[in-house]
Design a protein around this ligand. Structure first.
Ligand SMILES: [Fe+2]
Length: 388
């Protein structure tokens, strides 16, 4: 009997992989959207590294009017989205372009949404809660990564309740994902490591969860293989174009997989850590991934053995059950090798917030697709393990 369940998917996005693409392709892609006025959304790190210089020159040459909003912080807040929205209105932007990691990309999506719907971002939390399709967006990721350049969702922190909300909607999918590995050369090793582990978490969670299908499996498996092959090299030498390209493609493939099948307990638990303690998203996932994989092992149907193989473990002579713990160990080894701490103590996470964080985690749509049925007490236990 086949184990393949019924599925349907839609993933209409123009995706370009080109070293030098930010400089050479951005202006043409903006014009193809039918506008010559854009808001560029980025963060101070990208701006100070000079990553926008060539792109700005190209935009000027092409006669495109732009303003730069660079006030995006990690775990970006609603306030930043409103500030960017104001700036976009000032220049009557016809499109929003993000050049940055997951935070600027998520903010760009929120700004594009506000431009056509106005109002209060919190009222759009959840799936398809807004009315009008957002303004067009082009996303150029500078980390590998969040995969946000290819997902129809944005995650924004509501600081008044220390809560990271997710806004989802089919029309939030960016119009163009422009993947340029040549802009990765100055990435600090810890950013390369933590964002790369976020991509691995996307790939593994979307692969093992209950909503996975053969289409998402194929994307997730290739993403895991590429990350197993390239993440250590990339952290060691971000200017290595082969490693950078491998990681950029991996994070994009993992993004496609989780845009369709969503994630699992690990991401449900990572978001409150960002909301309460500003733990970098990739670090939260790196610490939680082996813990949630261990919890989910009971529901495994052989995919853990494949993950172990993809991450370089020799499990060929083992049964699925014997091989499964090697997948968890392979993730721990990779995380340790690239320099992620083993627990969250250094980030100021304290036990007293576990009850509230656990309640918030249970609100996530990712819990419903997690491989193993998850109760509040399970989440509380796993948070405690992340502090050991
Ligand atoms: Fe993530």
């Amino acid at each position: 009997m086949s184990t393949i369940k019924d599925f349907s998917y839609s993933h209409p996005i123009k995706t370009i992989l080109e070293a030098g693409g930010l400089k050479n392709r951005l202006a043409a892609e903006v014009k193809e959207l039918g506008t010559d006025r854009i808001l560029l959304v980025t963060d101070p790190g990208v701006l100070n590294a000079g990553l926008l210089n060539d792109a700005e020159a190209a935009l000027k040459n092409a006669g495109i009017t732009y303003k730069i909003f660079s006030g995006v912080e990690p775990n970006p807040r609603t306030e930043s989205c409103y500030k960017g929205y104001e700036m976009a209105q000032e220049i009557e932007a016809g499109a929003v372009v993000a050049v940055g990691g997951g935070s600027p990309i998520d903010v760009s999506k929120a700004i594009a949404l506000l431009m056509t719907n106005g109002g209060d971002l919190e009222s759009y939390e959840g799936p398809e809660k807004y009315k009008n399709a957002p303004r067009p967006t082009i996303c150029v990721p500078t980390t590998a990564g969040t995969g946000s350049e290819t997902t129809a969702m944005t995650v924004i922190t509501v600081k008044s309740r220390n809560y990271k909300m997710t806004i989802l909607g089919k029309s939030m999918l960016p119009n163009v994902a422009l993947l340029d590995p040549s802009i990765f050369s100055k990435m600090p090793p810890f950013i390369a490591a933590s964002t790369g582990m976020d991509a691995l978490t996307h790939a593994i969670e979307s692969y093992i969860n209950r909503a996975a299908n053969p289409f998402t499996d194929s994307f997730a498996v290739e993403a895991i293989r590429l990350i197993g092959k390239y993440l250590r090299h990339f952290v060691g030498q971000a200017a290595d174009l082969e490693a950078a390209t491998g990681m950029l493609v991996a994070s994009n493939l993992a993004g496609i997989a989780f845009d369709i099948s969503r994630l699992g307990d690990c991401h449900a638990m990572a978001h409150p850590l960002g909301g309460f303690f500003d733990v970098p998203h990739g670090v939260a996932n790196s610490v939680l991934l082996p813990i949630t994989m261990d919890f989910n092992l009971l529901a495994d149907h052989g995919k853990y053995k494949i993950i172990a193989e993809l991450l370089g473990e020799d499990v060929s002579r083992m049964t699925d059950l014997e091989a499964a713990p090697y997948a968890v160990e392979a993730v721990k080894k990779l995380s340790k090798d690239v320099g992620i701490p083993e627990n969250l103590v250094a980030y100021g996470v304290t036990e007293d917030k576990i009850p509230q964080m656990s309640k918030d985690a249970m609100l996530s749509g990712n819990i419903a697709v997690n491989p193993r049925v998850t109760k509040l007490a399970d989440i509380e236990n796993m948070y405690r393990l992340a502090l050991k």
